[in-house]
Design a protein around this ligand. Structure first.
Ligand code: LLP
Length: 404
């Protein structure tokens, strides 16, 4: 995303032109940004040589999954739908891991049938369910066990997953006993110890604590895990002055861990691969100049992008056509949905705006379209992919007639 003569472009294509042709709200992704993100991710962890499984929940667009697969990544899935989709894309089963606290019989049965790399189990009941299927099919199933390390990842509480009060994983205390049980089962093959302590993590210290807990548990269980799955969670820079994760530090901590523990690392990144590769283009429907607030009423809403309403998440909003006229009044960027929380941002001042102007909401590639809905019976936006000057529609705009 860059400005040329004060107009915003995605790669070589003008956003104005895209909005005119495809309408708004419109999700736009940069092919080369995705490519760079993957290359950077691999480079940051070069010395570790990890298996990288893209977390499909962050963005499950089939065209984007195809690109991600082509670039050598596997997949982290959490439902039958996601599993079927990555198989359809041609992901090798041996590069797929299945996470989640509530995988049902049907989902486990499919994962076992397709012989994926790992099912990361999260409870004794799930283990029993897998054993039942394995017995029936008379095969040995590769599993991982997800640990709840009781660590605060120092991120938004709603996306923290590794504290003892969170529903995910098995506590340190119970894990040792459960590992013993799994090892005594003739149909289960315990391959992996997995963790995922949260998302949008920008401080390496929780990761450091996590590695220490894992190391201790490996000693306690006396088990040789072929894989340690460290999950995802690597944060991105949503605001100009926000902190970024120190990859160098995280990577060197893992290298040190690997010197003491002979195993292979799996990562499950979502946001760090796709987050900053997408923007949401929206048109201003009205500007309501209230007494102390200028309400910029946009045609995108919380149904298109729920992160600000759900997590208080901050996304930069930029004018597609820049000008130098500053208006010193509180601007509230809102959508048309009938909820007060349908607000993207509040800014003390902003450049002069007009009705029908276009705005770009940044860093919405992850958990943007993926969490969109038809709330207020609004259609879902279209998605397009830009590669230099080439534009491809990767999801057509939903039609209102299909909702009624
Ligand atoms: N692995 C597991 C087991 C996960 O639960 C998640 C995300 C990931 C990997 C990928 O995490 P990432 O690298 O993307 O941080 N909707 C929220 C984020 C929820 C994350 C859920 N789990 C948001 O918009 O911030």
């Amino acid at each position: 995303m860059k400005y040329k003569n004060k107009k915003l472009y995605i790669e070589n294509v003008s956003i104005e032109k895209l909005a005119k042709k495809y309408g708004t709200p419109l999700y736009c992704y940069s092919f080369n940004k995705i490519k760079d993100n993957i290359a950077n991710f691999k480079n940051n962890f070069k010395s570790i040589n990890p298996t990288i499984c893209f977390s499909v929940k962050s963005n499950s667009n089939i065209h984007l999954l195809k690109i991600i697969k082509k670039m050598g990544l596997g997949a982290d899935v959490v439902s039958k739908g996601e599993l079927l989709k990555v198989l359809k894309v041609g992901m090798e089963p041996k590069k797929i891991v299945f996470s989640g606290v509530g995988k049902d019989y049907d989902e486990l049965n499919l994962a076992i049938k397709k012989k994926i790399l790992l099912i990361n189990v999260e409870s004794e009941s799930e283990i029993k369910q897998i054993e039942k299927i394995a017995n029936k099919r008379k095969i040995k199933v590769n599993i991982g066990i997800r640990l709840n390390p009781d660590i605060d990842p120092l991120t938004n509480s709603k996306i923290s997953t590794g504290r003892k009060e969170d529903k995910f994983g098995i506590s340190k205390k119970q894990l040792v006993k459960i590992v013993k049980k799994i090892k005594s089962s003739k149909n289960l093959n315990l391959q992996c110890l997995s963790v995922h302590i949260g998302s949008q993590i920008t401080n390496y210290k929780p990761y450091s604590k996590m590695l220490n807990v894992i190391e201790n548990l490996i000693k306690k269980t006396k088990h040789n895990f072929n894989y340690i799955d460290l999950g995802g969670g690597m944060g991105i820079k949503y605001e100009k002055n926000s902190k970024e994760l120190n990859y160098k530090k995280y990577s060197s901590l893992i290298s040190r861990f690997l010197k003491k523990n002979k195993t292979k690392i799996i990562f499950e990144p979502g946001r760090s691969i796709i987050g900053n590769a997408g923007i949401l283009i929206s048109k201003i429907t009205y500007i309501k100049d209230a007494i102390k607030i200028k309400f910029v009423i946009m045609d995108a809403a919380m149904n298109d992008l729920i992160r600000p309403a759900l997590y208080g998440a901050k996304h930069e909003i930029k004018a597609v056509k820049k000008n130098n006229i500053k208006i010193n009044k509180l601007h509230e960027f809102v959508g048309p949905v009938c909820e007060t929380s349908d607000k993207f941002s509040s800014l003390k001042k902003y450049q002069k705006l007009h009705e029908n102007d276009l705005l770009a909401i940044y860093d919405v590639g992850a958990y943007g379209m993926a969490l969109s809905s038809n709330y207020n019976l609004r259609t879902k936006p279209a998605e397009i992919l830009v590669n230099r000057s080439r534009v491809k529609v990767i999801t057509k705009r939903q039609l209102i007639k299909n909702l009624i």
